[in-house]
Design a protein around this ligand. Structure first.
Ligand SMILES: Nc1ncnc2c1ncn2[C@@H]1O[C@H](COP(=O)(O)OP(=O)(O)O)[C@@H](O)[C@H]1O
Ligand SMILES: [Mg+2]
Length: 525
């Protein structure tokens, strides 16, 4: 050896199993990976940490041969590689278990594992492979019946099948994309044992997560991504606190400051009182949640996806029943009534799913913008719709909201995301709402469209509308909100007025505000 290994020593390649340098990957309108560096040591569990949309899956899809980087190099065992398919990657010993499994439900575990491999499929032969697979599973603590059909298995078991599949194909490096997202706490423990036994068997693991506690619990080292950029590379977990990690993950200088006047909150417009509600699977999604939003303020609700945000928005907008508690809009109970009941009382809703809930794709812009008020004059004339008035109304909105559409008779499915969002906002705002519920209003939009949506929300705030802004984008929340609450597992962890990113980050991982303010007694805080 001429020189000691060092992270910066490019001329003397160190013994990294995987080394990714300066990876750039772009999607239309998004720079998903912006010169990202990542280095995996042999025999370690390396966490890739970052908020939703930070670019974690993209980076690992590059490593796993699913995407090709535009710039940057990938080395495996010190050799430059150029994968053009997941098959190439697995040849080089790299296997990825995706967030969404890719198994055939009607086939057995063994059949799924052999799928795509050049192996005989006769019944007799399969029996032989059953035992090989059972043994492999046994070795890594991946208990699953090789003969069971996939549809008979729990999600946790299906994940084990995916892991065995990669091990069977000879993976030396296993990439796990948010593996705990689909698991119950007890299953997570089993998974963690499996990860340790893989390390004991000489494998190396990349563990993708947005959950701080998990990363602290399982990883040897961590690389943090934030908006496509590396904010920390290969830090040893032992040398970092949870608080520091939270900052690396969510803390950032707010790039643009939105000009906004100080808020002058008025009366309580939205009053959510001790609401309990279920998700589509019948599990409790909202647990005794209360919050209040006042006229003329933007109340930001932060949280990692899947913590009850969607269900809360649906409860407020009349699309989901509450099991307990109630929701008041201007002192009238609106929970367990219809959506129309709330709309008539001043509710505007900018939903997350713009194409299905927000608009009718095949209808014209005119039809879409009159959806809410076609029953009222001047658009309704007797029983008929006054199309001249409707068209004029749509044309005015097109002008006022700068909607790029050839003409108002064009079906809205032809619009870009930003323009579609402006159509929805135009329609919702034109009803002069007293309450607006906006869910991820800028997701997937480019910078220009984001700014215009932000301006529209602020102008509504100045017009005195109470706004509940539900977003996973902390920068957006910090820029717009007068007050930010954090939701975690259907509960509010706390509410802050100032822009304390670290505290918000900790609450997003399930610590409540009192616990945080009681201050740092826990080891890693
Ligand atoms: N196939 C794709 N097409 C277009 N945009 C994508 C695609 N995959 C990811 N993105 C975008 O790239 C960014 C990074 O996404 P992703 O890598 O999935 O983040 P993470 O895994 O950290 O949540 C996001 O803005 C996302 O919307
Ligand atoms: Mg991802």
């Amino acid at each position: 050896m001429m020189a000691k290994n060092s992270h910066n020593d490019i001329d003397n390649p160190p013994s990294f199993v995987v080394e990714m340098r300066g990876i750039v990957k772009r999607f239309p309108g998004v720079l998903a990976n912006d010169h990202v560096d990542f280095r995996l040591h042999r025999g370690e569990i390396h966490a890739l940490l970052g908020e939703n949309g930070a670019g974690k899956s993209t980076l690992m899809n590059v490593l796993a041969g699913l995407y090709r980087q535009e710039v940057g190099t990938v080395l495996v065992n010190g050799q430059l590689v150029n994968f053009s398919s997941p098959g190439d990657a697995i040849q080089a010993g790299i296997g990825m278990v995706h967030q969404h499994f890719m198994l055939v439900p009607s086939q057995s575990v063994t059949e799924n594992i052999l799928l795509g491999l050049d192996k005989p499929r006769f019944r007799m032969e399969l029996a032989k492979y059953d035992s090989v697979i059972a043994e492999l599973g046994e070795r890594f603590g991946l208990r699953v019946d090789p003969r069971a059909k996939i549809w008979q298995l729990s999600v946790g078991e299906q994940q084990r099948v995916e892991i065995i599949k990669m091990l069977y194909r000879g993976a030396e490096v296993l990439i796990m994309d948010e593996p705990t997202a689909v698991l119950a706490p007890q299953e997570i423990e089993v998974l963690f044992n499996t990860l340790h036994s893989m390390i004991a068997n000489g494998k190396s693991i990349i563990f993708i997560s947005h959950k701080l506690q998990e990363v602290m619990a399982i990883a040897d080292r961590v690389t943090v991504l934030q908006r496509g950029k590396t904010t920390a590379e290969g830090l040893e977990i032992e040398n970092i606190t949870r608080r520091e990690l939270a900052h690396l993950m969510v803390g950032r200088d707010v790039v643009f400051r939105v000009d906004k006047k100080p808020s002058e909150p008025g009366n309580v417009v939205l009053d959510v009182q001790n609401v309990v509600a279920e998700n589509d699977k019948g599990l409790t999604a909202i647990q005794n949640l209360s919050l209040q939003v006042r006229a003329g303020e933007i109340f930001g609700l932060a949280g990692v996806a899947g913590n009850g945000q969607r269900e809360l928005a649906q409860v407020i907008t009349g699309l989901r029943k509450v099991n307990q508690g109630r929701v008041l809009l201007n002192n009238k109970v609106i929970s367990n009534r219809s959506a129309r009941f709330s709309i008539q009382r001043g509710l505007a809703y900018v939903p997350e799913d713009r194409t299905h809930v927000g608009t009718s794709p095949n209808l014209s812009m005119t039809d879409n913008v009159i959806m809410k008020n076609y029953r009222q004059p001047p658009i309704a004339r007797g029983w008929a719709i006054d199309m001249t008035t409707a068209t004029t109304f749509a044309k005015d909105l097109k002008q006022d909201y700068d909607i790029a559409i050839p003409n108002v008779d064009t079906p809205v499915r032809l619009l870009s995301g930003g323009n579609l969002q402006r159509v929805i906002l135009a329609r919702e705002i034109s009803g002069a709402p007293t309450l607006m519920v906006a869910v991820q209003p800028t997701r997937g939009l480019d910078v220009g469209a984001i700014e215009s949506v932000h301006r529209l929300l602020l102008s509504q705030r100045e017009a005195g509308t109470a706004i509940l802004l539900i977003s996973e984008d902390l920068e957006e929340l910090l820029a717009l909100s007068d007050c930010i609450a954090v939701i975690y597992e259907g509960q509010i962890m706390g509410e802050v007025m100032d822009e304390n990113i670290d505290i918000i980050g900790l609450m997003m991982t399930g610590m409540d505000l009192e616990e945080i303010q009681a201050g740092g007694s826990a080891k890693n805080v």
